[in-house]
Design a binder for this molecule. Structure first.
Ligand code: URP
Ligand code: ZN
Ligand code: ZN
Ligand code: ZN
Length: 491
């Protein structure tokens, strides 16, 4: 037959427009796109009738932690490449960029990359790449940036906090300079570690240990100051950066004003900061631990509103999950990390930071119906693909160019509203911070390189582990230095 698959009667949403188009797929690619009815006389192996539902490029989740050593608290990550990518595909994410973590004690980033490849290989349900997480910017590590680029890695992440990972400002400049030379985009976790440690000591002195004190231990000032510093270092070095998981309106304002000055400053936010506030950290007993992430959920709904506004007005380029899967009850002992007889509510400083969310990112956000559809596609698919050098293979539905990675959603009003519970999800984590939220959208079909890998009403997960493959990435098509010449020491 002429095509492997034709999708008819959909409302095709791109990052710029919504159209009544039909899409034909052949050999893993988008082969042809025609106005509705255009494939009427054409034969195909399979036809899917979208019945007026939205048809969007598959989700690209560019902030995912899988199978990392315990770097953010006690406990190791629950999801491996298999279970994490399985969860992803069941929520409409067809490409993920996970972290390849280099510890401070390690020298070579190429070794880190090889070890991470080994964890992912033959295990993934979806396509994937890695950001190198640079814990030790040694001379050797810096000299390897060039080879990383040749191996298809065009981004890295550094931390301004966490003892196990934190770089000081001089090391950050080393990384930014080399990243600039090699066309690598640097992601920065911007929080001031000294402020966090000082606040933690103050709280413990007052015998305040419960999970809810994770909030005050990471006050907005820690994020605001560090983001301002990160912007300043980026401007000094004329090197683009992406500030990850921004939670604070005042920090967003710094980002916005830097962008208004034309600086290549990009920012990310996550569903946690759209849907959770400090009251979620204040559950009964140890429950609040389920919402411990850094930065923490903030004060009130008006903080969430400001983050939604930042997504709408473009301050935030991307919406990622920051899927960081730790178990609530330990899988072996059944115990909660850090809960003891002496500390029945645990100790917030030992609760591993991070929440699971790779499967819920798209359905939760679309169900909230607070973004124009094109903006939803921008921040969850097209922009992450552009920012990290995957576009237009990923993040778009262009004839002849894009992989046939497609989500088909339910027609508006067709899906009955339901309550999200963790037992619907496909990760290996024993909770979701979004338990009990009402949802009215979910991908009905998800297609990865032409194959139906998720069919909500026809067996659920149909994809296979190992079908997902490593995608070599180009330089970012969004993040570029302002000046083209080499950086010169200002004298
Ligand atoms: O709390 C968080 N976000 N944990 C994951 C690690 C990180 O900093 O991204
Ligand atoms: Zn981070
Ligand atoms: Zn984080
Ligand atoms: Zn993270």
């Amino acid at each position: 037959t002429e095509y492997d698959l034709i999708i008819v009667n959909g409302l095709v949403v791109s990052d710029t427009e919504t159209q009544e188009w039909d899409i034909a797929v052949k050999d893993e690619k988008i082969k042809k796109v025609l106005p509705r009815g255009g494939f009427h006389e054409v034969n195909a192996t399979r036809i899917i009738d979208a019945e007026g539902g939205y048809v969007m490029p598959g989700g690209v989740d560019a902030h995912v932690h899988l199978q990392e050593p315990p770097l953010f608290g006690q406990g190791s990550t629950a999801d491996n490449y298999e279970t994490g990518s399985r969860s992803a595909v069941c929520g409409g994410t067809t490409t993920m960029v996970t972290f390849a973590p280099q510890k401070k004690s390690e020298d070579s980033l190429l070794d880190t990359l090889a070890a991470t490849h080994a964890r992912a290989k033959d295990n993934c349900y979806i396509d994937y790449s890695f950001h190198l997480l640079v814990g030790n910017p040694s001379e050797r590590a810096l000299s390897e940036f060039k080879t990383l680029r040749e191996k298809g890695i065009s981004s890295l992440k550094i931390y301004m906090t966490y003892e196990a990972l934190q770089l000081h400002d001089g090391q950050i400049l080393d990384v930014l300079l080399e990243a600039r030379k090699q066309g690598i985009t640097t992601m920065i976790h911007a929080e001031n570690n000294h402020v966090i440690n000082w606040m933690t000591a103050q709280l413990e002195k007052r015998q305040l240990f419960a999970p809810k004190y994770h909030g005050p231990s990471h006050p907005p000032v820690a994020e605001i100051e560090a983001i301002y510093r990160a912007i300043s270092l980026s401007e000094f070095m004329d090197t683009p950066i992406l500030i990850v998981h921004v939670s604070t309106p005042q920090a967003a304002a710094h980002i916005k004003s830097a962008q208004a000055r034309g600086l290549p400053i990009f920012a990310e936010t996550c569903p946690q900061y759209l849907f959770l506030t400090k009251k979620h950290l204040d559950g009964p007993g140890f429950e609040g631990a389920k919402c411990v992430c850094s930065p923490p959920p903030r004060e009130s709904e008006s903080d969430c509103d400001a983050i939604w506004t930042g997504l709408k007005d473009g301050t935030f380029t991307i919406l990622s999950s920051d899927h960081c899967p730790f178990r609530y009850d330990d899988a072996e002992t059944g115990k909660k990390s850090s809960v003891t007889e002496d500390f029945p509510l645990g100790k917030f400083k030992f609760v591993p930071n991070g929440c699971p969310g790779i499967e819920t990112r798209l359905p939760l956000t679309l169900s909230a119906a607070r973004l124009p559809l094109t903006k939803f596609v921008q921040v969850t698919s097209t922009n992450p693909a552009r920012l990290y050098g995957l576009y237009p293979t990923k993040g778009a539905l262009f004839e002849g160019m894009s992989d046939a990675d497609i989500n088909i959603w339910y027609p508006e009003g067709k899906m009955e509203e339901f309550e999200l519970t963790n037992d619907m999800l496909h990760h290996d984590v024993d909770y979701t911070p979004f338990e009990g939220r009402m949802i009215n959208q979910w991908p009905r079909w998800t297609i990865l390189r032409g194959k139906v890998v998720w069919d909500r009403e026809g067996g659920g997960l149909l994809g296979q582990k190992g079908y997902g493959r490593f995608v070599k990435r180009e330089a970012s098509s969004l993040a570029k230095p302002l000046r083209e010449d080499e950086w010169e020491l200002p004298l």
